[in-house]
Write a protein that binds this ligand. Sequence first.
Ligand SMILES: [Zn+2]
Length: 331
Amino acid sequence: MIDLNLYDPFEKMQFSDTNCFLCGTIITPEHRAPVFAEWLQEQYGLRNKELLLLDKSVTTFDKLTIPCCDRCHTHYLLPLEAKVEYAAAKGIEGLRALEDQELFQWIGKMYYGTLITELIKEASPLIMPEYAVSEDPKMLGKFRTFFQVLQSLRVPMVFSDFLPCTLFLLEVNPSEDSLPFEYQDELTTMCFSIKLGSVVIVCKLLDNGIIRSAMGKLYQLTQGKQLHPIQVAEFKARVFYAAYIFSVVPEYFIRPVKPEDDHLVLDTLIDDITNEIFNPWEMVAYAHMLEEMLKPWDVREQEILKNPGQPLSFLLDDENNFKEVPHYQKQ
Ligand SMILES: [Zn+2]
């Protein structure tokens, strides 16, 4: 019998070191799984590298772990990690050949892992965060909805005609690329990007692919090309900004389950009648985002907005054709 019951830790805010993050089973605190898999830590030498958490505290990649029962670890997390590791070794073609749903689950686990690290911390009576995620009902609603679809990691699930996220895969030109690994994670906008060698995956969770469609034309132009890192940074700025102004939360509905069913089927609905999908695009806010992403090259907002109607772009020329950037000289 396949267990098709979903777990809802948000109902009782069951975030502790003694509940498996994925199925809720009671465990002892030594049962944990790394947020960034062992193979990633190994391959990119991350183990002792520091990373900043939302509450501004610093940890290292090997210390960032989440409560996870042995069953979920060996049956669901490790096989997926092995698949992604194998795919990543083959570069962009390998990663492209993965099912979208698998990449969603893989990124979703890292995103959710950093999120619940925050929620577990906030549950401690000794910690008084400046901004508590757990006290924001709207955010919690979003996370709860996200966890529903993330459980496809454990409970066989078919998404009827949608993917619960946007995924972009970009290839970086090695000639001016000095970063073997990088990741960026925005808890509130649910945006995540990770760089594995020459491939960058950019993902917006829980938008049902709307940003993918909105940016379809630009994405098309990047395919089959090796991008300069500064072009990748701009692409990321566009996705992260789109995620920032994205203003709806999809709803997911589980079809009634019959006793012989071996998986769940989910349908979705986005209310775009009473809600606008995107808040208005504000050029200055976008320029801030781009400036942030372009920090390594020292490109300032002033330069980005020199022509206020058409912000600086490394991806598109004045006629909106793809721009080749083989080399970029810092000003
Ligand atoms: Zn479990």
